[in-house]
Design a protein. Sequence first.
Length: 352
Amino acid sequence: MKNIIIILITLILVACNPKNPYEGTTVKLTEIKSFALPKISIRAMVLLSDGNVAFAGSDATFGFINTQNYTIAVSDMKNRGVISDFRSVAATTQNVFILSIGNPALLYKAEQSGMKEVYREEHPAVFYDAICFIDDQFGIAVGDPIEGRMSVITSHDKGAQWEKQTWSQTPKLEEGEAVFAASNSALTHIGNKIWVVTGGTKSRVFYSENKGYKWQELATLPLVQGNPTQGAFSVAFYDEKQGIVVGGDYQHPTERKGSAALTFDGGKTWEAITPDKAMGYASCVRYIPNSAGYGLIATSANGIFFSNNRGDSWQQLTGDGNYYSFLFVDEQTIVVSGSEKISVFKVGIDKR
């Protein structure tokens, strides 16, 4: 009987810990197409339901990439008198939404007839940093604090109307603490559960288990913090327990200490990645789909990085390119954005 129990426990442990599909491997990036965007930086992209990509960037620019024939369409909002930058983009199965930074905050919904303004907010301190849709009905955007509270707007009707949460509903931030608009990924979700990370004078993770109706502070992150250029820039979760946060100090991109941390309990506790295994400053991180949580890619001012062990250590894949954001079209294809260009790469596995 004792032997049977031991066998059962072993089988359960194996089932709970799926095999690492990237063990003993690295990945190779092959550039398929690069689109030049002179004087434009792209910090936000979203995968559409048809497999194509929408993006938003500086100088009121937005556009679309067809991932089947690798073509691009670029436009801007200058004909509407918009002079702000767009650093947030989200989508439902029917519509794309782009959100500006600065005052006034402008949120547009793309329709067949053109861009429709669905939200406007005017305040000297208004600055929205990230937006996403949890499902086709519910959207949420987060921004820098006004009167000491994080700005949060939500929609419950497919993005047709947006409402700002009241001052008492939203998380209280310290003076000099804010959300970063580096890659539209300081906000993430798994189902109805939402995580938001901050930086600046303090770097923390805030959490809501009910679509942002109520918030709680989960933890102060073990990242470098204290100055406006430091803290958490991007957060990703593979499931409700396993997650990663990256950031650091964008003025010192090669400094590795305090640039990334891991959680395996939903964000309650975090363990810093040791400097000898970290990649330095990074602005966007995502798990490779169907990787059992082992495979990750991150983009930074130092190039593109890969981890095959749940983020515990990192390998540099490219040594050039100032990249801000990226997303997976599928397991074998990523679209990477940065300063004056967007590139499409194929992702291949190499045995080491």
